[in-house]
Design a binder for this molecule. Structure first.
Ligand SMILES: NC(=O)c1ccc[n+]([C@@H]2O[C@H](COP(=O)([O-])OP(=O)(O)OC[C@H]3O[C@@H](n4cnc5c(N)ncnc54)[C@H](O)[C@@H]3O)[C@@H](O)[C@H]2O)c1
Length: 265
């Protein structure tokens, strides 16, 4: 088995949107990429995870696809087995995969089914994937296979902003923010930095259903920087972290939201 000589990054939910942008940026930065997504069709390289792999390879980079549901414990374990076998190392984990509620419902009417779905994908999945990866990184670091490991959680401004029409999303992201804090604390003694990046309003398939609503809010002054965020905006922040420029900032929350969080008078 030929292992990669490059540092390796696992990006979850990398078949489209923000994850795709992160995967392409990290490949440009010199990482071999494991493109994870729950949807991945090897017969179709025009979209999804295989399009991302093809695009990376066309630019001279290295990528593999691993279809897995981050909410499934057996899938997570199989993905780490694949990392071990194919790459023999993992230098960066990007916990990006996440979902919005299938329909926005007022908190007075929202269902337990939607709550459970979001908790398992947005919170429990990355929480336990990180546990698996962290233990591997500690071992690989000790064995000299990697110089250091780094872990990033893609949370959201929804971790600290109320949207009563999708409360379960906000709660899942608030929980994920604490997961990032906990891992930053626990992994500091191993020199494994962990940060959270909180995207604002980013133009992706996830937000396409509410495009008109946010177009209007942005035009009316919601954001100091008067435009939608793009996946590349998030990817640049991940890239800075991936290259080690934020190692002493473990535990930090980096909002990438066009100034959304600024307090204004
Ligand atoms: N778009 C925004 O405005 C915005 C803002 C803040 C945070 N975020 C967060 O950024 C992340 C990416 O969002 P996006 O806008 O690119 O979403 P998206 O829906 O466009 O893409 C998400 C990708 O994740 C994959 N995915 C979904 N469930 C999965 C699972 N269980 N296992 C593996 N992969 C899975 C999907 O198939 C899809 O390819 C999410 O965590 C989201 O909550 C997005």
């Amino acid at each position: 088995m030929t292992h990669s000589s490059k540092p390796v990054a696992l990006v979850t939910g990398a078949g489209q949107g923000i994850g795709r942008g992160i995967a392409l940026q990290l490949a440009q930065d010199g990482f071999a990429i494991l493109v994870n997504d729950v949807v991945a069709d090897p017969a179709d390289a025009t979209k999804g995870a295989y399009e991302v792999k093809k695009t990376i390879e066309a630019a001279g980079g290295e990528a593999e696809v691993f279809k897995a549901d981050v909410a499934s414990a057996p899938d997570r374990a199989a993905m780490l087995d694949f990392v071990e076998e194919r790459f023999g190392r993992l230098d960066l984990l990007v916990n990006n995969a996440g979902v919005a509620p299938r329909e926005r419902r007022d908190i007075l009417e929202a269902t337990e089914e939607s709550f459970e779905r979001l908790m398992s994908i947005n919170l429990q999945g990355p929480y336990f994937l990180t546990q698996l990866v962290a233990n591997k990184m500690i071992a690989w670091k000790k064995a000299g296979r990697i110089e250091t490991g780094r872990i990033v959680f893609i949370t959201s401004i929804s971790a600290y902003t109320s949207s009563t029409g999708r409360g379960e999303y906000c709660v899942s992201k608030a929980g994920l923010a604490m997961a990032a804090t906990l891992y930053a604390d626990r992994l500091a003694e191993f020199d494994i930095p962990v940060i959270q990046i909180a995207p604002g309003i980013i133009e992706t398939p996830m937000t396409s259903a509410v495009k008109g609503k946010y177009d209007k809010m942005i035009a009316e002054g919601l954001l100091p920087t008067k435009r939608w965020g793009q996946p590349e905006d998030i990817a640049k922040a991940v890239s800075a972290f991936a290259q080690g420029y934020l190692d002493y900032s473990t535990g930090a929350v980096i909002e990438v939201g066009g100034g959304f969080g600024l307090k204004r008078l």
